[in-house]
Design a protein around this ligand. Structure first.
Ligand SMILES: *[C@@H]1O[C@H](CO)[C@@H](O)[C@H](O)[C@H]1NC(C)=O
Ligand SMILES: *[C@@H]1O[C@H](CO)[C@@H](O)[C@H](O)[C@H]1NC(C)=O
Ligand SMILES: *[C@@H]1O[C@H](CO)[C@@H](O)[C@H](O)[C@H]1NC(C)=O
Ligand SMILES: *[C@@H]1O[C@H](CO)[C@@H](O)[C@H](O)[C@H]1NC(C)=O
Length: 238
């Protein structure tokens, strides 16, 4: 038990945050930058992909575009992460709308936005239509329609749908639900993963689907894999 502390002492320049991030996954996005935002409907008390507790839906939450989320299904490395989002401008309206007051909100990632839509379909090498690698799909009503600025006189409508935003990863202590213990963490035994603050508590692993194949089938597919590898090795060598 002494060794780890001795190590910490010897490498005294390592801060706690360095250790935490060194243990965590490599996120595919920078800690701050620009992103697009969309919105979707997530009913109050719904348990979304991360498996966060139902009360979390009563505070600002969002789904993150799939590649940035980090897992193909269920929970992922971004689950529970908190971001400060500031709406900057619309870019699909004519003319683009630059509100004088730019609203911001600290939100928590509780869900994954599927790759089916262009906005959430960015990969780590190919951006979406706005050129962004990250999209926040803001959950309504946790972030209500009244959050979005508008100018009905000029546009004749109030809902712009998509916004250009700036974002930065922040500690979840700035999230409005952080003082509610029933809004933090995952539903027990749900197979979810939703850290109170991944920057402090460590982040979720990449979800790996448990094989639905019976053990025998798995053994035989292992044999098939070995046989195939051996075959390709022979082909490669000759
Ligand atoms: C969020 O970002 C805005 C600037 O865009 C800043 O004014 C505000 O203080 C930030 N809030 C937090 C909690 O970081
Ligand atoms: C988003 O805002 C940034 C900063 O103002 C700007 O450089 C970028 O072009 C904007 N992107 C879109 C799609 O409006
Ligand atoms: C709406 O747009 C008009 C015309 O550009 C402008 O005069 C007015 O100040 C704007 N109002 C708001 C709330 O942005
Ligand atoms: C949580 O509670 C502390 C102490 O009462 C308070 O200072 C802080 O602002 C609260 N945080 C949020 C996000 O409401």
């Amino acid at each position: 038990m002494v060794a780890p502390f001795l190590l910490l002492f010897l490498f005294g320049s390592l801060s706690l945050l360095d250790l935490v991030s060194a243990q965590g996954p490599n996120y595919t996005f920078p800690k701050s930058g620009f992103a697009s935002t969309t919105y979707y409907s997530l009913g109050l008390d719904t348990i979304a992909a991360c498996g966060c507790k139902p009360l979390s839906t009563h505070y600002p939450t969002a789904a993150l575009s799939r590649s940035a989320y980090g897992s193909p299904a269920s929970y992922g490395p971004a689950c529970g992460l908190c971001f400060n989002i500031t709406l900057l401008n619309t870019f699909l309206s004519n003319p683009p709308f630059y509100p004088e007051v730019k609203p911001w909100v600290v939100l928590k990632i509780t869900d994954s936005c599927p790759t089916g839509s262009d906005w959430c379909g960015a990969t780590s090498t190919k951006g979406n239509s706005a050129g962004h690698y990250i999209n926040f799909d803001l959950a309504q009503p946790s972030i209500p329609a009244s959050f979005y600025p508008s100018n009905a006189t000029l546009y004749g409508y109030t809902d712009f749908g998509i916004w250009n935003a700036s974002y930065s990863v922040v500690n979840c202590e700035y999230w409005a639900g952080f003082n509610q213990s029933d809004a933090l963490g995952e539903v027990l035994n749900s197979g979810g993963c939703c850290p109170a603050d991944p920057l402090v508590n460590g982040s979720c692993p990449i979800y790996v689907s448990p094989s639905s194949a019976p053990p025998l089938a798995r053994v035989s597919s292992l044999f098939a894999f070995v046989a195939l590898s051996f075959g390709s090795f022979l082909r490669f060598a000759s």
